[in-house]
Design a protein around this ligand. Structure first.
Ligand code: AMP
Length: 285
């Protein structure tokens, strides 16, 4: 795998690839790559001629009191994993390369970004959308891989690509769990043994909510209440939010119908975990 750190070199390599007829696949990450990331890398590898993983812990998307400084970083392990999958290029710029001057231009977001992660982390999605816009402009025409693990981010990035006419096809991918149900995340390394054991409550709670919907419950508040009460049985867990939304609007519908997503965020000690699960309301006969 070729590790590039400058925008100029990365553009040159990808432009040359496209000129010779190759398709480009981009997988944007913050590094500390795990088996969940590996599945998206494999998909990009199979579906595109040139597969690029970007690794950049983007300061713009972290709040002042968040974990920017302690976010795990291990470029040599990431490069080894990418190499083993056959990734062609890692783009791993420094903060100075991406933001040589204070940023005065950013992507403004409306409805999709106001709730959930947007409400809990003011400015987060502006930071995400701005760095993704830069990565799209650096990579050029490509397929870009994002997972449902960060469901609201995926919705915002897909919409941004359309609204701003980026020559990028955003590819929506499922995400990977540990065998006990915990969604894989680079932040899971921060969990101590008790927190790690407690963390499986999130998936159990989501499954409880999804089962209620499948059994015919159409009141969103009752589903949210049931999901929350499963999480509350775990004293280590501190709920940030529990939501049930329509997948196209990310808003809570008056009654549950169509394609829905249950989403939760909760703190386990100092570590904030996200999880979500899709459920489609069965047609009434
Ligand atoms: P990050 O972990 O924040 O660097 O995310 C980089 C990309 O990997 C995003 O598209 C995430 O949604 C995706 N991702 C994170 N966790 C997983 C997982 N468990 N399985 C698959 N993809 C994931």
């Amino acid at each position: 795998v070729q590790v590039l750190t400058t925008i100029t070199e990365t553009r040159a390599v990808l432009d040359a690839a496209r000129q010779s007829g190759a398709t480009v696949g981009l997988f944007p990450t913050m590094g500390a790559l795990h088996d969940g990331h590996a599945t998206l890398m494999r998909k990009a590898r199979v579906e595109c001629d040139v597969a690029v993983v970007s690794i950049f812990v983007n300061p713009l998307q972290f709040g002042e009191d968040e974990d920017l400084a302690r976010y795990p970083r291990d470029l040599s392990a990431d490069a080894a994993l990418a190499e083993s999958i056959g990734i062609d290029v890692i783009f791993a710029p420094s903060v100075e390369e991406m933001y040589p001057r204070p940023v005065v231009t950013a992507v403004a977001l409306q409805s999709l970004a106001a709730t959930m992660e947007g409400a809990s982390r003011p400015g987060h999605f502006t930071g995400v959308a701005t760095v993704v816009a830069k990565l799209f402009n650096i990579a050029g025409p490509c397929r870009a891989y994002f997972s449902e693990k960060d469901f609201q981010q995926l919705a915002i990035v897909s919409r941004m690509a359309q609204d701003l006419s980026f020559p990028v096809e955003v590819v929506r991918c499922p995400f990977v769990r540990e065998p006990d149900g915990l969604a894989m995340s680079s932040r899971n390394v921060f969990l101590n043994a008790d927190e790690r054991a407690a963390s499986t409550v999130l998936f159990r709670a989501l499954e409880t909510g999804a089962a209620m919907v499948l059994a015919g419950e159409i009141d969103p508040d009752r589903v949210r209440g049931a999901v929350a009460s499963v999480i509350e049985q775990e004293p280590i867990a501190n709920i940030d939010y529990v939501e049930v939304v329509d997948v196209s609007t990310l808003a809570q519908p008056a009654t549950l119908r169509g394609e829905l997503r249950l989403l939760v965020a909760a703190r386990f000690g100092a570590t904030r975990l996200l999880d979500n699960l899709g459920v489609v309301v069965p047609e009434q006969h």
